[in-house]
Design a protein around this ligand. Structure first.
Ligand code: ATP
Length: 221
């Protein structure tokens, strides 16, 4: 049987329990064999922001997933350099894993910005797309935010509450346990010297502390 692979992109600055729980619930619901966390080199929608280094973000993600045999970290975007477009990453996965069924996973907040993405029409040709809820937003099955060219290729299947693309891929909306954590809030707490315990795995909390990440007045704020 074709392997079912999930791909979860993001800044992961740092990876937190919201990312991990989302990946775990999507893995279970969609019976995925593996979920790849793919830290961006340069997220197109956050051009101004100074991120922690790719090395640090990869190291934190590696530590966070170390005890989950179904999770992987991919350095593909960090190694490619430049602005990280999901369409390029999905094309690379599709070429490398030609026998696999790909599921691109993102939160509803990111999905609602997809009309600004590079080659969004092609994203839906390359992979199935799974959109999760993220507090405070439910995973409403709606494609009104997509550009017309992308919308036209879908038809709605009320039986499965999902959309079918003319190429055969699906777009589905998955309610997951709401964990209202953002990396912004984690960084802000670390900057103030407040506790980030239970917002990130303990291995990540330790890494942030030992490497003095996100401290005010230091390089990675
Ligand atoms: P920042 O606060 O720096 O903007 P973030 O917390 O939104 O970061 P990202 O790395 O940008 O995290 O998110 C990567 C992906 O994970 C996106 O698809 C986003 O919707 C999803 N995601 C992030 N946090 C959560 C969460 N708490 N629950 C569900 N999905 C999440």
């Amino acid at each position: 049987m074709a392997r079912r692979l999930g791909i979860l992109g993001g800044s992961f600055d740092p990876i937190h329990l919201g990312h991990l729980r989302s990946a775990e619930e999507v893995r279970e619901t969609l019976a995925l064999d593996l979920v790849y966390f793919v830290p961006a080199h340069e997220p197109p929608h956050k051009p101004q922001r100074q991120l922690a280094s790719g090395r640090d973000r990869l190291a934190m993600a590696e530590r966070a997933i170390a005890d989950n045999p179904a999770f992987r970290v991919s350095a593909i975007e960090i190694e490619r350099g430049g602005v990280s477009y999901s369409v390029d990453t999905l094309a690379a996965f599709a070429a490398r894993e030609s026998d696999a069924t790909l599921f691109f996973v993102l939160g509803i907040d990111a999905f609602r910005e997809m009309q600004t993405w590079k080659d969004v029409v092609r994203v839906f040709e390359l992979a199935n797309v799974a959109v999760t809820s993220r507090p405070p937003h439910a995973a409403e099955p709606s494609i009104e935010h997509l550009p017309v060219a992308a919308r036209e290729a879908f038809c709605y299947d009320p039986a499965t509450l999902s959309f079918r693309h003319r190429t055969g891929t699906t777009l589905q909306f998955l309610p997951i346990t709401g964990i209202d954590v953002s990396a912004t809030a984690v960084r802000e707490r670390a900057r103030r010297g407040s506790s980030i315990r239970y917002l990130v795995p303990s291995s990540v909390e330790r890494y942030v502390r030992e490497h003095r990440l996100y401290r005010s007045g230091e390089a990675n704020t």
